[in-house]
Design a protein around this ligand. Structure first.
Ligand SMILES: Nc1ncnc2c1ncn2[C@@H]1O[C@H](COP(=O)(O)OP(=O)(O)OP(=O)(O)O)[C@@H](O)[C@H]1O
Length: 567
C-alpha cells in the first residue's frame, strides 16, 4: 500500500504566525538570569533522578538541590554515574571501582587518580557514547569544567530510561536518539541543528508509526531555501531573519522559545480541528487524492468515527501541525479511517491464523486419537479372532467326543414302544413288566399256564410314554448328521402298532403330539441356523414308500411316474 501521508497543514505558516505574534518577545529575554535558572533547574532534576535511581552511595545520598560544585564532586568518582547506567542497562559497566567513603571530603581540584576514578568515568563515557547519548569530558568533573554537559548527559540518561521503561514506544523526548539498529543516521545541517533536531525525532517515530515515513527529505526541503526567489518564505529564511542579529549564545534560548511557541500554536490548531470535526460530520465522500481508495469500507465508518479523537491526539503528540482547513481535515480523517481498516484487517488475519492453527492442532489430536483407537480395536479384534479360533477347535473336539460317545453307545439302537390299548388299562394282557431296557411278555402255553419271556432293548417305552420322551433318546443321533455321520431312523411293527403315530403323530397334530420326523427336522434347521456363521448346510428331503416290493416317490406330482425307477 502506498503510505503517502496527507499534510493538511503548513509548517511554514505556523512558524510565520508565531514569529508575527511573538517575534519581538522571543529575543526580549534576560539571558543571564534565564540561563542560570534553567541550569539550576536542570541540575536539580538530574540530581533528583540520580538519587532516586542509585540511592545511597558510600553512605551518602546525592545532595538535594546541589550547587554546581556539589554536583561535580558527587559525580567525579564515576560510581554514581556507573551505577545509574547499570540500572538502565544491567552490565553496561561490568566493574565499578569503589572509592572510600571520604571521597567527598577531598578538596575540589585535588587529584583523585589514586582512587582510580578515571576508570569509572572512562567506562561510563565510552558506554554512553556507544548508546548515542550526549557525553562530556572527564575534565568537566573537575573545577572549571562544563557541568552543563554533565547535566545534559544525566538528563539524557533519565529520558532514555523513561523511554525504555515505557516499552520504547512513542517519542524519546530528549534531543538525541539512541543508536538505531541500522546504520542510518539523520542528516542534520549544522546551521539548522536547533530546529532540525525536532524533525529528526519525528522521523524516529516514523520508524514505528510510519506517520512521517521517509519524508525527512521533504521536511528538510521545507526548512531550507528550496526555491530561490520564491515568494513563499521557507522556515529557514524565517528563522534566519530572526537570528541574523543575535549573538551566538542567544540562539539556543531563542530557538527553544520559538519552538515552544510553535508547539503551542500547533496544539491550538489541532484542538480547533478536533472541535470542528466533532461538530460537523464528514461530508466529503470523494476519494482522497493522497489515499488509496481501495481501502475504503462502508461498514467500518461508524466505528472509525469513534476513534477519530484518539487518532487526532496521536498526531498532536507527534508534533505535526495542521492548517485547519476543512478539506485537509477531511483528508486526514480518510487517511485515519484507512489506517484503522488496515489495522482491523491485520487483526482479523491474525485471528484467522490463530483459528487455522487451533483447527490444525485439533485435527492432529483427532488423528492421533483415531490412530490410538484403531490400534486398540485391531488388538481387540486379534484377541477375538484368537478366541474364536480356539473356540472352533474346542467345538470340533467336542463334536468328535460326542460322536465317539454315540459310537460307544452303539451304532444300531433298537427301541421298543408299547402302544396303549383303547378301552383297556395299561399293562394288561400279555405285557408283563416294563423295565428301562427290558420288557417281559406272558406267552400262553398248552397247559394253560403262561410262559413268561423277557426281551431286552436299548430302551423300552411303556404305553404312557410321550412323543417328546421317545424323541429325546433319538435326538443325539440325529445331531450327528450335521457333523457328517449317516443316521437312519425307522419304525417297524405290525399293522396298527403305532409306527405312523410315533414317526409323524396322530391325525390332529399338536405341539405335544408331533412325532419324531417333525421334531428331528426342526432340530436340524435350528442347529443349521445357529452355525450359519461358520458352516453352511445344504438340506434336501425325499419321501419314498416301499409297499408290496414297489418303491414309490411320494413327493412327485406326476402320479404316472411314482414307481421306481422314477425317470
Ligand atoms: N402310543 C400311542 N398312543 C395313542 N394312540 C396310539 C399310539 N400308537 C398308536 N396309536 C393309535 O393306534 C392307531 C393305529 O396306529 P398307527 O396307524 O400309527 O399304526 P400303524 O402301525 O401305522 O398301522 P399301519 O401299519 O396299518 O399303517 C392309531 O389310531 C393311532 O392313533
Amino acid at each position: 500500500m502506498a503510505t503517502e501521508p496527507a499534510f493538511p497543514f503548513s509548517i511554514v505558516s505556523v512558524v510565520e504566525d508565531v514569529i508575527q505574534k511573538h517575534g519581538s518577545s522571543l529575543s526580549d529575554i534576560n539571558l543571564a538570569t534565564r540561563k542560570a535558572q534553567e541550569a539550576s533547574s536542570r541540575r536539580n532534576e538530574a540530581a533528583t533522578w540520580l538519587r532516586n535511581t542509585v540511592g545511597n552511595v558510600g553512605g551518602k545520598d546525592m545532595v538535594d538541590e546541589p550547587s554546581e560544585q556539589d554536583f561535580r564532586i558527587a559525580l567525579r568518582s564515576g560510581i554514581i554515574l556507573c551505577n545509574a547506567l547499570n540500572k538502565i542497562q544491567p552490565g553496561a559497566v561490568p566493574k565499578v571501582v569503589e572509592a572510600p567513603s571520604d571521597i567527598d571530603d577531598i578538596p575540589d581540584g585535588a587529584a583523585l587518580s589514586v582512587y582510580q576514578y578515571f576508570e569509572n568515568v572512562r567506562n561510563f563515557l565510552v558506554t554512553v557514547e556507544e548508546m548515542g547519548l550526549p557525553t562530556f569530558e572527564a575534565s568537566d568533573l573537575e573545577e572549571g569544567g562544563q557541568s552543563s554537559r554533565i547535566v545534559n548527559c544525566v538528563l539524557a540518561l533519565k529520558s532514555y530510561s523513561e523511554w525504555e521503561m515505557g516499552g520504547k514506544n512513542g517519542l524519546w523526548k530528549y534531543g538525541g536518539n539512541p543508536k538505531p539498529p541500522s546504520s542510518e543516521k539523520p542528516v542534520v545541517r549544522k546551521r539548522s541543528e536547533p530546529f532540525t533536531r525536532y524533525f529528526s525525532r519525528a522521523k524516529s517515530i516514523g520508524d514505528k508509526d510510519s506517520w512521517l515515513g521517509d519524508h525527512s527529505s521533504n521536511i528538510d526541503a521545507v526548512l531550507h531555501d528550496h526555491s530561490e526567489g520564491s515568494s513563499i518564505p521557507s522556515v529557514y529564511s524565517l528563522v534566519r531573519e530572526i537570528l541574523h542579529d543575535k549573538k551566538q549564545e542567544e540562539i539556543p534560548i531563542i530557538m527553544e522559545s520559538l519552538l515552544s511557541k510553535v508547539m503551542e500554536e500547533f496544539e491550538s490548531r489541532v484542538l480547533t480541528i478536533q472541535q470542528q470535526t466533532s461538530k460537523t460530520p464528514r461530508e466529503d465522500k470523494e476519494p482522497s487524492k493522497v489515499l488509496n481508495s481501495n481501502l475504503k469500507s462502508a461498514d467500518g465508518d461508524e466505528e472509525m468515527e469513534e476513534n477519530d479523537d484518539v487518532e487526532l491526539k496521536q498526531k498532536q503528540n507527534d508534533g505535526v501541525k495542521y492548517n485547519g482547513s476543512e478539506e485537509s481535515s477531511s483528508q486526514l480523517l480518510k487517511y485515519q479511517n484507512c489506517q484503522i481498516i488496515i489495522q482491523r484487517q491485520n487483526e482479523n488475519i491474525q485471528e484467522l491464523k490463530m483459528i487455522v492453527h487451533q483447527t490444525k492442532e485439533g485435527m492432529h489430536c483427532l488423528h492421533k486419537k483415531y490412530m490410538e483407537d484403531f490400534v486398540y480395536l485391531a488388538r481387540h479384534l486379534n484377541n477375538i479372532d484368537s478366541a474364536a479360533s480356539g473356540y472352533q477347535k474346542v467345538l470340533e473336539e467336542n463334536r468328535k467326543l460326542y460322536n465317539q460317545m454315540q459310537d460307544l453307545k452303539g451304532n444300531i439302537r433298537v427301541y421298543c414302544r408299547v402302544r396303549p390299548l383303547e378301552g383297556q388299562p395299561n399293562n394288561c394282557g400279555i405285557v408283563g413288566n416294563v423295565e428301562e431296557e427290558s420288557i417281559s411278555l406272558i406267552m400262553p402255553s398248552k397247559n394253560g399256564k403262561g410262559v413268561k419271556k423277557i426281551f431286552t432293548f436299548n430302551k423300552v417305552f411303556g404305553p404312557s410314554a410321550t412323543q417328546g420322551k421317545v424323541f429325546s433318546d433319538t435326538q443325539p443321533l440325529i445331531r450327528s448328521v450335521l457333523d457328517g455321520f449317516n443316521v437312519c431312523i425307522f419304525a417297524y411293527g405290525q399293522t396298527g402298532s403305532g409306527k405312523t403315530h410315533t414317526m409323524s403323530g396322530p391325525d390332529n397334530i399338536t405341539e405335544e403330539t408331533v412325532g419324531v420326523n417333525y421334531r428331528a427336522l426342526r432340530d436340524l434347521f435350528n442347529l443349521s441356523e445357529q452355525r450359519k456363521d461358520t458352516i453352511h448346510y445344504d438340506i434336501s428331503v425325499q419321501m419314498l414308500e416301499i409297499y408290496n416290493e414297489q418303491v414309490r416317490d411320494l413327493l412327485m406330482t406326476d402320479a404316472s411316474n411314482k414307481r421306481y425307477p422314477f425317470c
